[in-house]
Each structure stands twice: as structure tokens, then as C-alpha cells.
Design a protein around this ligand. Structure first.
Ligand SMILES: [Zn+2]
Ligand SMILES: [Zn+2]
Length: 205
């Protein structure tokens, strides 16, 4: 699922600690990242992309990023989704061709197999890229996979869920939020957090 994109948005810049992925689970590898906060300010829609430099706190390297507007980022998502569908179409056409092959020559067989591979890889990479694209590019930030430096967006909190902080003592109630949750779940958790805040034992009251 593509991430929510806002004009001003908190993000993290992360430095990968280990070069080789540690095995985690059956067929996946994981990498440890050390993260620092970064506030991404995007240009207005229709304005050219901005160039920003961040110094990595872990390795002291200067990282040059290009920041695209909200609109441009959505266009990038759309283009990559088109790429994903194109890959799917190539894959399906090649599969149909494979099924209907009759006494075909080696050239047609080779073309069909190549079509399946190209369609699968192209479609898969495009779909992953659409899901991971943050509208911040440079140093592999816009691409999935374990790059040395990664940029992650912190999803903007919706207007309807203001922070729950006690005005007297500064006590804060946390609640889950973000598009990965069902809306009903978030609302319920939020209401529970509101009543926790109302009932907290306030040292300043
Ligand atoms: Zn670094
Ligand atoms: Zn309080």
C-alpha cells in the first residue's frame, strides 16, 4: 500500500549497520538500521523538485536527496503502477502463448520464456517500487530493498486524532494510528486512550 504523502512530513533517515542480511524467518533477511529524524518539506505542486542534503549521524556522510512535490509523487506512484500492470500483461500473454504452443520452434519457446521472466520481474519490481516510493530520491531511497541509507516516512496523523496530552502535567496517552489499521480499530483505541487520559492520576491536579 502506498504511503500517505504530505507536503510537510516527518521522516527518518536510516543507516544500515550490517552489510549482510541476518537470516530471519524461512527465506527472508533483515538488516539493522540506525535512524535519525528528518523533516521533509516538499515543494508546491507544479514546482520543480528540491535538493536537500542530510548528514548521516552514523557515518557522517552527506546524503543528497531530491524531494518531489505531493502531486509529482502521486504521478510517480501512478507510473509505477502502470509498470506493474504492464508486467502483468506481458506475463499473462506469455503464459497463454506457452499454453497454446504447438510444435513451436526454439525461437518462439525462448521468446515465451523470456516474456514470462521479464513480465514477472518487471511487474514485481514496479509494484514494490510503487509501494515504497516516498517521493524522496537519491541513494536508492525510492527503491525497495536493503540500501545503505533508507528514507522512511512517518505517516501524518489525521486531523481528527489530536494528540492526547494532559495540559497540567504533560502526561501523554499513546494510541495506534496509521493506514495499516482499520478505521474502526483506530477509533476504538482512540476512545479508550481518551478515557485513560480523563482518568489518569494527575500529580498537578
Ligand atoms: Zn550513514
Ligand atoms: Zn495530568
Amino acid at each position: 500500500m502506498p504511503q500517505a504523502i504530505a507536503q510537510r512530513q516527518e521522516a527518518t533517515v536510516s543507516h544500515r549497520i550490517n552489510f549482510w542480511g541476518r537470516p530471519s524467518g524461512d527465506s527472508t533477511a533483515s538488516w539493522d538500521y540506525k535512524s535519525q529524524k528528518w523533516v521533509v518539506k516538499r515543494p508546491d505542486d507544479g514546482s520543480p523538485a528540491l535538493h536537500r542534503t542530510v548528514r548521516c549521524e552514523t557515518c557522517n556522510k552527506e546524503l543528497h536527496y531530491t524531494i518531489h512535490s505531493v502531486e509529482a509523487t502521486h504521478r510517480r506512484h501512478a507510473r509505477r503502477r502502470v509498470g506493474a500492470y504492464a508486467g502483468l500483461v506481458i506475463l499473462l500473454v506469455s503464459l497463454v502463448s506457452l499454453i497454446t504452443l504447438e510444435d513451436a520452434g526454439p525461437v518462439r519457446i525462448a521468446l515465451t520464456v523470456a516474456g514470462i521472466l521479464v513480465g514477472a520481474v518487471f511487474g514485481w519490481v514496479s509494484a514494490l517500487a510503487a509501494a515504497h516510493d516516498t517521493g524522496v530520491t537519491g541513494h536508492g531511497a525510492g527503491w525497495p530493498g536493503a540500501t545503505k541509507h533508507a528514507v522512511g516516512l512517518i505517516e501524518p496523523r489525521g486531523e481528527e486524532l489530536p494528540e492526547l496530552v494532559c495540559a497540567l502535567c504533560g502526561h501523554r496517552e499513546e494510541f495506534p494510528w496509521g493506514s495499516q489499521y482499520r478505521k474502526g480499530f483506530v477509533q476504538k483505541q482512540y476512545q479508550a486512550a481518551v478515557s485513560r487520559l480523563e482518568n489518569h492520576i494527575c500529580p498537578e491536579a
